[in-house]
Design a protein around this ligand. Structure first.
Ligand code: PXP
Length: 251
């Protein structure tokens, strides 16, 4: 069976981080979203955090008005965020764990430990037509639980894989990749669409892009950082090229 096409979701949160550092309107994440679309992104991802440290409420509205490609709205499982998602009705909602003290989303959502509440939480989002994605680790319990509560998508957290690569722990990194591959296969067998993301860069993207069940990667911090040196369009184009190269090797 030929591998499914691989989509690239560009997370533009950190354009807003830079803007907020000075409190004005520049650089505008909406401009980044439009450029990402022109550069071949298949979707835009934005995480409205409870503390609004990067994306703010009005960005969501402005991004949705400015782009043709779908918005993947990342959010914590709170009543406030559910109301915002139901108001804006983005194409996809990715539910992530969120801690105020963390610098970035550190781990996956504990779906298995909070199954009843999360099932109730995502039901209105599903009814409103959003593709609900749960950001989880690769463990079997979490994947099975995500399928049981009716999520359409799981996004498997690649942060640990990327950290192990950066630390030069090659055997552990490869073991983590095997777990991600097994998780992707299980998720697909249970009828879930499989996405992956967090921490990916030019060095780590190809083994992840070569996991045949994965249909979308969400990448942010590295692309925005690389854009400082090369520009956003070349950074996205190179990421796209590496993804396509890894994918074509599967055909
Ligand atoms: N996917 C999810 C669910 C995330 O929370 C994030 C970070 O906001 C990403 C992907 C992108 O991670 P990074 O910015 O490290 O590429």
């Amino acid at each position: 069976m030929p591998a499914q096409p691989l989509r690239l979701g560009v997370n533009i949160d950190h354009v807003a981080t830079l803007r907020n550092a000075r409190g004005g309107a520049y650089p505008d994440p909406v401009r980044a979203a439009i450029l990402a679309q022109e550069a071949g992104a298949d979707g835009i991802t934005a995480h409205l955090r409870e503390d609004r440290r990067h994306i703010i409420d009005s960005d969501i509205e402005r991004i949705m008005a400015a782009i043709r490609i779908p918005l993947n709205f990342e959010m914590a499982a709170t009543a406030e965020m559910q109301a915002i998602a139901l108001r804006h009705r983005p194409h996809a909602v990715c539910v992530v764990p969120e801690k105020r003290e963390e610098r970035t989303t550190e781990g996956g959502l504990d779906v298995a430990g909070d199954e009843t509440r999360l099932a109730d939480y995502i039901a209105p989002l599903r009814e409103a037509g959003a593709r609900v994605s749960l950001f989880i680790g690769h463990d079997v319990r979490q994947i099975e639980s995500a399928a049981r509560i009716g999520a359409a998508v799981v996004e498997l957290h690649t942060g640990h894989y990327c950290d192990l690569h950066a630390e030069g722990c090659i055997a552990e990194r490869d073991e983590e990749l095997r777990h991600l591959m097994a998780g992707a296969a299980l998720a697909q067998a249970l009828g879930l669409e499989v996405h992956m993301g967090h921490g990916l860069n030019f060095e780590t993207v190809q083994p992840i892009a070569a996991v045949p069940e994965v249909v979308e990667l969400n990448i942010g911090h590295f692309l925005i950082s690389e854009a400082v040196f090369t520009g956003l369009v070349p950074a996205i184009a190179e990421m796209r090229r590496l993804m396509d190269e890894a994918r074509s090797a599967l055909a």
